[in-house]
Design a protein around this ligand. Structure first.
Ligand code: SF4
Ligand code: SF4
Length: 289
């Protein structure tokens, strides 16, 4: 299976718009949303089956058995994260502050505190005509990189026969991005023609090349600043990074997204531009859709 990952240096650049259009153009049988902090590919990718949901366990959190607690205050005193609260001598753990270090377990004289696996999110698998995997991290939970790896391995396991998988990555350069980059065939970076867009692009290219992944770049809403678009194109040329095209600002794109549709289902100039970028990417990856 060849895997194309679509990334951007920050949110709001049109990454999911491009990913959903690619899924339509490729009639992809396998795709995933690795933006586990704010997944929304399912809204525009035309997935209507019911997902199989499974719990994702990130780390452990302390739990107090109040029947065994003698209100000695040792756990609250020793917890350096301020995660144990007491009201009227009743002790409880604040799940958002607990780091699962286990100090409270060690100091409790009655064995009232234990560490338990914490459900940090849900993995959702749609397994019908096509296989789509996504996940959602619970509020305040870390381990998003591990969750992204789980999404990718679930997709691989359930769609190993598919010739191409399209993966919508997380914005930024953090753990979930690093987890999504590993093992992909190519990365398409969607940027915007601004100073911050170029700066974000440089940072994400560093991350991608550190993992020896092949990257290509396109600019969304390119015509809102043709000078910056040219600067980004020059930067790519100087650094021998394939520049695969520009997408014009197009109000039809927002209309389609607000209606829960992919831009590929509309007839507009942005769609044509994305199709040309898609064709270039498929040629570079040697995929025949
Ligand atoms: S496990 Fe560590 S962080 Fe969590 S409540 Fe106990 S002492 Fe505090
Ligand atoms: S250390 Fe144990 S007994 Fe003491 S307050 Fe905490 S949970 Fe209760």
């Amino acid at each position: 299976m060849k895997k194309l990952l679509i990334l951007s240096g920050k949110g709001g650049t049109g990454k999911t718009t491009v990913a959903s259009a690619f899924i339509h153009f490729a009639q992809a049988k396998a795709f995933a949303d690795c933006d586990v902090d704010a997944p929304n590919l399912h809204i525009v990718a035309g997935v209507d089956a019911e997902p199989q949901k499974s719990d994702y366990y990130g780390s452990q959190k302390a739990v107090i058995n109040t029947d065994k607690c003698v209100s000695c205050d040792m756990c609250r005193e020793k917890c350096r994260f301020g995660a144990i609260e007491s009201t009227d001598e009743k002790y409880k753990v604040n799940e958002f502050s607990c780091e699962g270090c286990g100090v409270c377990v060690a100091v409790c004289p009655t064995g009232a505190v234990t560490l338990a696996d914490d459900v940090a999110g849900k993995v959702e698998l749609y397994n019908g005509e096509c296989v789509f995997c996504t996940a959602e991290l619970k509020m305040g939970r870390g381990n998003s990189g591990k969750l992204v790896s789980t999404v990718k391995s679930t997709l691989q396991k359930n769609a190993h026969d598919a010739p191409l998988a399209i993966i919508d990555g997380s914005p930024g350069i953090g753990c979930p991005v690093i987890a999504s980059v590993s093992g992909v065939t190519m990365v398409l970076i969607v940027t915007e023609p601004t100073m911050s867009g170029l700066s974000d692009l440089k940072r994400i290219l560093k991350t991608v090349t550190a993992f020896h992944s092949r990257a290509a770049v396109c600019v969304n809403k390119a015509d809102i600043n043709n000078t910056m678009t040219a600067e980004i194109e020059n930067y790519c040329e100087e650094n021998k990074i394939p520049f695969v095209g520009t997408i014009p600002y197009d109000k039809q794109a927002s209309v389609a997204i607000n209606a829960g549709k992919s831009i590929a289902e509309t007839d507009c100039t942005a769609k044509q531009a994305i199709k040309e970028i898609f064709d270039r990417m498929m040629r570079m990856m040697e995929v025949t859709p």
